[in-house]
Design a protein around this ligand. Sequence first.
Ligand code: DC
Length: 232
Amino acid sequence: MNAGEKPRVIAIDGPAASGKSTVALSLSRRLGFRLMDSGSMYRAVALLAVEKEVQLDDENTLFELARSVRADFRLELPPGASPRVFLGDRDVTEAIRSPGVGEAVSPVSVVGGVRKEMVSLQRESVSEDGVVAEGRDIGTVVFSDAPLKVYLDAALEERIDRRYKELTDKGMNITRSSVEKETEMRDTIDSSREHSPLSIAPDAVLIDTTDMSVVEVVEEISKIWNSRQRDR
Ligand code: DC
């Protein structure tokens, strides 16, 4: 990338279960861009914290774990299959989606030192091929100069239904009320934390996905991207 050139990044932010991951994956395939799932990076830190029984307010140890995730994290996108997340040689794709990690991840991601390491990891992953990057603070903090920022939202009940279906389809034995509790808790922590809370960038395109299919959302974002490329 030449100096002064904007990174080819499509930044997608939004609350838990707003459809970001599915949309970002599909969009990255359609445009031939790389995928950056920043939530899986925070989840990897939370996984190590849970496994090592680290207290969630032990900021120094959480910072050390974040440093090791920064060194070891890798996301692979096999053609036609779901993305896989690795820490070194270890495949943690399923482990980072467990309910225990789901509960620990928001408290872990409020820690300033953890965020600093994860933001560096995210910025290191930019390439000239283009990146679809999704998370909570991508358009506001990580890539505040992204040429396209999208904020995806959906009604709370719809988001709970989607997450419940996603987890039960994977064979997880959970109740809808536990998914409701976790989604509401994550919304509260993610939006009210001191460092980089979830918020809508002033220049973001807002898309309410409550009554939209993934295909429709991807279509809309691709159209906006293509028209902005033509207008450059
Ligand atoms: O997108 P996700 O549900 O996998 O994200 C898990 C958690 O990670 C989310 O509740 C808050 C945190 N997160 C964050 O703080 N900043 C990001 N850019 C992405 C995720």
